[in-house]
Design a protein around this ligand. Structure first.
Ligand SMILES: [Zn+2]
Length: 167
């Protein structure tokens, strides 16, 4: 009988965190004030077994990549560069942020992470981290991966999951 076998590996660690500031816009004209979260990421990678190593992907490497991706946005103000409502303009060493055309904040450039997403919701952060991870895994020659699932938690019991089926 033919059998379909699936394996998945999951990494969820206390150090896969990023303490960052953000604000999100809602439908209509509502917009949050600036505030922060201790975000936490966990990821599941699905795929075929590596026939030489008998694993889907090396845990050590997966943890290393995820730690780096979290560190890149840790202790920064997360700003969306693809928002229709939030304007983000770099002026030398500062970043000017407007909402609905009105000036809102000016931050030091070094304290900001400009992210290619339309809103800094946990859904979009999960999607962005997945894209980044996928690019890293591809660059490292990972083969046979069939899906990546990323969960980003912004509070205890409050998280979003993004899942992408590959190929
Ligand atoms: Zn928030």
């Amino acid at each position: 009988m033919a059998r379909a076998e699936h394996y998945r590996v999951t990494v969820t660690k206390d150090y896969l965190v990023f303490a960052s500031a953000h604000f999100i816009t809602f439908a209509g004209h509502r917009c949050e004030g600036l505030h922060g979260h201790n975000y936490r990421a966990s990821v599941t990678v699905e795929g075929a077994l590596n026939q030489e190593a008998w694993f889907v992907f090396d845990f050590v490497e997966l943890k290393r990549i995820m730690k780096r991706l979290c560190d890149e946005i840790d202790h920064l103000v997360l700003l969306p560069t693809r928002s229709d409502r939030v304007g983000v303009t770099e002026n030398g060493e500062t970043v000017a942020v407007s909402v609905d055309g009105k000036p809102r904040y000016v931050f030091p450039r070094k304290d900001c992470a400009l992210l290619p997403i339309p809103n800094t919701t946990v859904e979009m952060l999960a999607q962005m981290l997945t894209e980044r991870l996928h690019a890293e895994l591809s660059a490292q020659g990972a083969k046979g991966l069939t899906a990546i699932e990323m969960e980003v938690e912004e509070n205890f019991g409050q998280s979003a999951v993004y899942r992408v089926a590959l190929r």
